[in-house]
Design a protein around this ligand. Structure first.
Ligand SMILES: [Zn+2]
Length: 375
């Protein structure tokens, strides 16, 4: 995902952190730290002699707040790992887990899993949060059993109690039946047992949007934070229904059925200046580069733009083309072509069989087919 960096891997799954996560940690630390004074009575209710003077001393509230904020994201990581491990057990590849502003996202190889796999996959996340939350709460109650000073006991009970509460909230928040929350997936998987997947997704997405609108209205009066969540749900619901609509409209279309053929090709020795002229006259912004009947590269406007106009004068296609381009066989599903295009941010894929180029598919071609299929 853009704007994220890798911090390591667990069970072979790369863990990434999005920059929004780095913004939110100090914010949470501050919010949690400033709430300490309101929770002292709750801490005292555990019923053992506890000294809260350490908890409220100097910078301690903010250190404690930082620990709770990091603990919360550890809880999010546990939640996402639970999703990922069940997905993997169902044979779905997990590319990575990204921690970001509203929690985590596990990136899966397939966009829309089989409903039978989706139900346990979606449910296990909130279950993991609930278990983690209960464990933290139990540990808070167990603190007086250990030989710690009354001041330290106050600090530990605050951290564990707060983490327990947050993870239990995380569990129930995720069970709201709205995309992109797990509850939305549970609902979709349940509906998909009774109707086609695209219909199930549309209904689940509409319910999600309904929740978003209700949250947005409540948020207008009570909390700007809720408006942010409403926006997040609305966008998520929309993305999910668009993704499913695409794969429904494009199901069983092969790239071979819709590729443009024959395709204009260029030799590696062609001067770059001449390719630019070809782009002007043909209105195509990319050409396959072919040498002795074999595809050896792609040259696109982006490749040309990477060179300075002066250098270009003396250059040939082979100097600036993208080597080893991604190609697909004519039998590949169009939806795969679309996934590759959006994952790699490319606009065209050559269609190749036995090393010979048969044609080319572009993003525009796919969008046109989708328009036609809507009829
Ligand atoms: Zn989840």
């Amino acid at each position: 995902m853009d704007g994220s960096f890798r911090i390591g891997s667990i069970f072979g799954i790369p863990i990434h952190i999005h920059y929004t996560f780095l913004l939110v940690i100090p914010l949470f630390a501050w919010i949690i730290g400033s709430q300490i004074n309101y929770t002292i009575e709750d801490i005292a209710s555990i019923g053992v002699p506890i000294d809260t003077s350490l908890l409220t001393a100097g910078f301690v509230p903010y250190i404690v707040g930082t620990i709770v904020a990091l603990g919360l994201f550890f809880g999010v990581l546990v939640h996402e790992l639970a999703h990922s491990l069940v997905a993997r057990a169902k044979g779905i590849r997990i590319n990575s887990i990204t921690l970001m502003i509203f929690g985590g996202i596990a990136t899966m190889e397939e966009g829309i899993p089989d409903p039978k796999a989706e139900l346990p996959m979606a449910l296990v996340g909130p279950v993991a949060s609930l278990v983690f939350g209960i464990l933290c709460s139990l540990m808070a109650y167990a603190v007086p059993l250990f030989n710690v000073s009354p001041g330290m006991a106050g600090v530990l009970i605050f951290i564990l109690g707060y983490l327990g509460m947050l993870n239990i909230i995380l569990c129930f928040f995720n069970l709201i039946p709205a995309f992109p929350m797990d509850g939305g997936r549970v609902l979709r998987a349940w509906l998909a047992g009774r109707m086609p997947l695209h219909k199930a997704t549309r209904i689940a997405a509409d319910i999600g949007k309904g929740f978003a609108i209700i949250f947005g209205i409540i948020g207008l009066f009570f909390s700007p934070f809720l408006i942010l969540i409403a926006l997040f749900i609305y966008i998520g619901a929309n993305m999910e229904s668009t993704a499913v609509k695409y794969s429904h409209l494009l199901q069983d279309v092969k790239v071979g059925d819709m590729m443009s053929s024959p395709v204009t090709i260029v030799p590696p020795a062609m001067p770059v200046r001449q390719v630019i002229e070809m782009m002007y006259t043909s209105k195509h912004l990319g050409f396959p580069v072919v040498e002795r009947d074999t595809l050896i590269g792609m040259i696109t406007l982006a490749d040309v733009n990477r060179t300075s106009p002066i250098d270009r004068e003396a250059m040939q296609v082979r100097d600036i083309m993208t080597r080893d381009p991604i190609s697909l066989p004519p039998t590949a599903p169009v939806i795969d072509a679309l996934k590759i295009m959006s994952a790699r941010d490319i606009g065209r894929i050559p269609i190749v069989q036995d090393d010979r180029i048969l044609g080319i598919v572009t993003r525009t071609d796919i969008l046109k087919v989708m328009e036609l299929r809507k009829i």
